[in-house]
Ligand binder design. Structure first.
Ligand code: WT7
Length: 645
């Protein structure tokens, strides 16, 4: 990568930035040399504590034991709302932009505070107590922020399930986290279409006997099926609720939320984040990575159903007293200029989106961009998957008119916040590289034997030190937490990503090294998709792999072998596609199904995915050693079919 293009730090950006090249070096060094003192300073700077902590950190990776600021008391909603009221009560906290371009709504910190207190009282009146888990299944409406913050106010743990997940996926998540309460909407609106939400809850609820109440936000005009005694209208409950609600004193290590994400095996994992460390890390990274200044209008396009929506649409920005934009719709409705129009309409300064959206918009041509102004933009951000240099350059030159640094932020649901990233005033940029570690972050590259590689290197990405935003456990399964993240390379947190470090110490994420695929920035376990496929009575076996896809980053490629006597057909193909969507959701749409009489296996019966990945990616020259296969002719048959598609 010696010839990688470099974009130097812009003097005007560096001049006004919180962090410049020099302060980055000094502060980074200090964060590594004296982590205890460094993080204590930051915690005092960024958060308001009701009571100081006793110990800054207490970590033992061999036990998956991670604790930050234990003994310290604070409340997330108090940090995101109450403490801003004196200085910025009338400042807009949330700009909500509807799917319909004619509608938007602005909510001030004072109004948000009032609604949060009211809804916290509604939750209490339903019997929700500190430590109880509340499932949130909502579209991108402003009330979603109210509900999240209301949970934190009373110490309830939220578990947000992405509105695009199916009833089946919702049910699994409600059951796994023992949620007795669900907050949902009647319907959602996206791209001019109405999406049933409550109907999915009703279906999921049939298999959730412990569900006590379903609070429904009215978002449409249609009538919905009503279950008396269980269902409650949000607007009715809010009417009578008091707007006074004391913020519960939470320990820094009390659970804040659970968020499900896919792993390489089995069912989704309930990633558990706690209160103090998470909030500190979200707020601090939000300020420095996006060089956020008072008065900036900040927009992260992520859905609240993903970690990016948690950390960088809600908690980080609100903790810093920012104005955060929340968009209900999609980038291409009513036209492919919607993002840029919203930027002009609300004078957005900082814009954070995903490579898949950039590629999709790039494919529509420059015209949709160039007919808008975008002069308010200062910083551009990218997240979710490696951004290919071509998309990076388009984002930088066409969207940002070569004025705005692009921060390519690498992180994960498990990390709570951004770990590897440029800082706008400090880091020369290389398109396609997430560049350098944030304060306190110590990436290492290991070879497959677990040896630490120095200098220029290619291997798996691990982290040797903890940071406050790190996940603390998998809900209900701490052993799986240890096994997944701390067993393969003792002493390190294993990320599951491959990485290369260049001669200047820049990190280039190369993608997952496990059986997780990244489809349009959505993380999916191939095992989950396979489990859905084999539910079909005609399917004998299935193996799913990712393959390069121009817009989605990775597409889903399924190799399916059918039971003896069953004929492959177009109808069966459609049934399988629907089955997977029904089990997981529309984000799990199979792109290619290849029928195969058998799957390539080792003599011990293990499916050789390496080979399937190569076939799916059409890299037929590099199949590697196939001599350990039980029946090498299976591979020839699979290749033949691929060629015939
Ligand atoms: C996986 C985590 C982080 C919030 C959104 C996704 C990939 C994420 C980047 C990036 C290269 C990236 C990794 C990671 N990823 N951001 N900037 N460059 N890869 O969170 O669903 O937990 O997925 O997304 O493979 O492990 P997630």
């Amino acid at each position: 990568m010696t010839n990688a293009k470099i974009y130097d730090v812009k003097p005007d950006i560096a001049h006004n930035a919180h962090i410049n090249q020099e302060t980055y070096q000094t502060l980074y060094q200090r964060s590594i040399d004296e982590p205890g003192a460094f993080w204590a300073e930051q915690a005092a700077l960024f958060l308001t504590w009701q009571k100081p902590w006793q110990t800054v950190m207490d970590c033992d990776y061999s036990q998956g034991h991670i604790r930050w600021f234990e003994g310290g008391k604070l409340n997330v909603s108090e940090n995101c709302l109450d403490r801003h009221l004196a200085d910025r009560g009338d400042q807009v906290a949330i700009i909500w932009e509807s799917d319909n371009p004619a509608h938007d709504k602005k909510i001030t910190y004072r109004e948000l505070h009032q609604q949060v207190c009211k809804f916290a009282n509604v939750l209490k009146s339903q019997g929700v107590k500190k430590g109880d888990c509340v499932c949130i299944y909502l579209p991108m409406i402003a009330e979603a922020a109210v509900v999240m913050l209301a949970c934190t106010r009373i110490g309830a743990v939220h578990s947000i399930v992405f509105g695009g997940f199916s009833a089946e996926a919702l049910k699994d998540r409600i059951l796994d986290s023992n949620c007795q309460y669900v907050v949902c909407a009647d319907v959602g609106h996206r791209g001019g279409k109405t999406i049933a939400i409550k109907a999915n809850v009703d279906q999921a609820a049939m298999a959730c006997p412990d569900l006590k109440s379903v609070i429904v936000i009215k978002n449409g005009t249609e009538n919905v099926v009503w279950h008396n005694g269980r269902d409650i209208w949000y607007h009715e409950a809010m009417q009578g609720a008091s707007d006074q609600c004391p913020a519960e004193a939470m320990d820094a290590e009390d659970p804040l939320f659970i968020l499900y994400t896919s792993g390489s095996t089995g069912k989704p994992k309930g990633i558990l984040h706690t209160t103090g460390g998470y909030l500190l890390y979200a707020a601090m990274t939000h300020k420095y990575v996006f060089d956020y200044h008072d008065g900036d209008i900040y927009w992260c396009t992520a859905d609240i159903g993903w970690i990016t929506g948690h950390s960088y649409m809600i908690y980080g920005p609100l903790c810093n007293g920012a104005t955060t934009v929340m968009f209900e719709g999609v980038p291409t409705y009513p036209e492919a200029d919607r993002f840029w129009r919203i930027i002009d309409k609300h004078q957005v300064n900082i814009f954070y989106t995903a490579p898949t959206a950039i590629r999709a918009l790039m494919a529509q041509g420059h015209e949709f961009v160039t007919r808008t102004e975008r002069s308010s933009l200062r910083i551009l951000g990218s997240v979710g998957e490696p951004i290919n240099p071509e998309a990076w350059e388009w984002y930088y030159h066409v969207v940002g008119d070569a004025r705005c640094p692009v921060v390519d932020t690498w992180w994960q649901t498990e990390t709570g916040g951004i770990l590897i990233t440029p800082l706008p005033g400090a880091t020369p940029l290389k398109p396609g590289s997430a560049t350098l570690p944030f304060f306190g972050i110590t990436p290492e590259i290991l070879d497959s034997q677990g040896n630490v590689l120095q200098g220029e290197a290619d291997g798996v990405l691990v982290l040797s030190c903890s940071w406050p935003g790190q996940a603390r456990s998998l809900y209900g399964d701490h052993q799986r937490f240890i096994d997944t993240y701390f067993k393969s390379y003792p002493g390190y947190y294993f990320t599951g990503d491959g990485v290369r470090r260049d001669e200047e110490g820049y990190y280039w994420i190369t993608g997952r090294v496990d059986d997780v695929i990244n489809v349009s920035g959505h993380r999916m376990g191939t095992a989950e998709i396979e489990s859905a496929l084999v539910l079909h009575q005609h399917v004998a076996e299935a193996a799913v792999v990712g393959y390069p896809h121009d817009i989605k980053g990775q597409g889903i490629y399924a190799f399916v072998s059918l039971n003896v006597g069953v004929q492959a057909s177009e109808e069966l193909r459609r049934e399988l596609i629907n089955l997977v969507r029904q089990e997981i959701g529309a984000i799990a749409s199979l792109d290619i199904i290849q029928w195969t009489p058998a799957l390539p296996k080792t003599r011990s019966g293990k499916i050789m995915r390496r080979i399937l990945r190569k076939v799916a990616s059409n890299e037929l020259d590099g199949l590697g050693d196939t001599s350990t296969l039980a029946d090498p002719t299976v591979v020839d048959a699979i290749i033949l079919h691929r060629a015939n598609q």
